[in-house]
Design a protein around this ligand. Structure first.
Ligand code: KG4
Ligand code: ZN
Length: 348
């Protein structure tokens, strides 16, 4: 089954083809240099850039793979959450390709696709706990199968990626700042007691990173000169990184203790590229005798392969959408409204 996946929820226009679970090829056009000028994503510019590149990328991918549209069995597209204008570009394009090629169509939840793509490189052992850490979301899921996810906790304010981006901007790093933050942190000496671990004195699985962001911002303001001019920026990043990662670790550990039947942890989203986070979660699962599933760093940030892979795994189990499927903007939960063909016994 040949599945095309289209991603355009934020500032990456990306497409990929997955055939029976194997990635055949992918293309990606990042707009980060456009938005870096403004210190964050400008929605109108994002949709214009998607509109400019989506057709070009489609032609490039098909040419690279030597395939024609009529060989595509399923067109999958990121349907939300995300910037509505950006999502609509991809959804409208995907529906048109499906209609023209006579292919089936599927709208994919962008957040779940981040988690599912770990299965592209190594089959995920279900049930699993899923930690999704991206620029817009920090969430913990119970994943009973590729389609049965239960949200257990989430950030009440800023997402983990957002704090790296906002604090990084105050340090003068270019947007998005996470990767550069990580590189600076890796060469610095972190002080684990320097920043607080926010929102742990409770018994829930939610997060709150805004206080940590404020603490870091106030420190940068008060120490503007020493933080940026005498080589201490690496140490600052290392200490901040420890605080974010440790906070995530404590909540993941709590979730695993509460859901004692889960032996797998799936780590996903752009922040899952963070070296300390990958190492810490690997050690946690090793101590518990469980397994960590985490995509290669280039599959953690937004990409087409995650949409194509989610499309394949869901289509293989019979799920699809009709072409009147609505697009879901940020702030609105993505509904579980997929139709299913064939028998449903495997879903029980
Ligand atoms: O998943 P993603 O590509 O887009 C969203 O769906 O939000 O995540 C982007 C986020 C940005 O906030 C970026 O700064 C962060 O992931 N990020 C990182 C790293 N690489 C990307 N954060 C920490 N360490 C990294 N190595
Ligand atoms: Zn994403």
């Amino acid at each position: 089954m040949l599945c095309l996946g289209i991603e355009s929820s934020c500032d990456e226009t990306a497409m990929a083809v997955v055939e029976d679970g194997t990635l055949l090829g992918q293309v990606l056009s990042s707009q980060s240099d456009v938005h870096a000028l403004f210190g964050g994503v400008v929605p109108e510019l994002a949709s214009r850039e998607h509109n400019r590149f989506i057709g070009v990328l489609f032609d490039e991918l098909l040419e690279k793979l030597g395939i024609t549209p009529d060989s595509i069995d399923v067109v999958g597209v990121s349907r939300g959450p995300g910037l509505l204008g950006s999502l609509l570009t991809g959804v409208a394009f995907g529906k048109a390709v499906a209609l023209g090629a006579g292919a089936r169509f599927l709208g994919v939840d962008h957040l779940k696709a981040h988690l599912l793509v770990a299965g592209l490189e190594q089959e995920i052992a279900y049930p699993a706990l899923g930690l999704l850490v991206s620029g817009g979301h920090t969430q913990i899921y119970r994943m009973d199968s590729p389609w049965a996810f239960t949200l257990l906790g989430q950030s009440l304010d800023d997402a983990a990626g957002e704090v790296f981006d906002k604090v990084g901007a105050l340090l003068g790093l270019a947007y998005p700042c996470g990767k550069q933050f990580d590189a600076l942190a890796t060469s610095g000496r972190g002080d684990a007691s320097f920043f607080p671990r926010p929102y742990l004195k409770n018994d829930n699985l939610d997060f709150s990173f805004s206080g940590l962001k404020t603490a870091a911002s106030q420190f940068i303001e008060a120490h503007q000169n020493d933080a940026t001019s005498n080589g201490k920026i690496e140490d600052f990043c290392a200490s901040f990184n420890i605080s974010v990662v440790e906070t995530l670790r404590v909540k993941v550990q709590r979730a695993l203790d509460l859901h004692g039947d889960l032996q797998s942890l799936v780590l996903a989203g752009g922040v899952a590229a963070n070296s300390l986070l990958r190492k810490t979660m690997g050690e946690l699962m090793q101590q518990r005798g469980g397994r960590l599933f985490v995509p290669s760093p280039e599959l953690c940030t937004d990409n087409g392969a995650m949409i194509a892979f989610a499309t394949w795994i869901l289509s293989a189990h019979g799920f699809y959408h009709d072409l009147d499927m609505p697009t879901i903007p940020r702030g609105t939960p993505v509904p579980c409204d997929m139709a299913i063909r064939g028998n449903r016994e495997h879903l029980a």
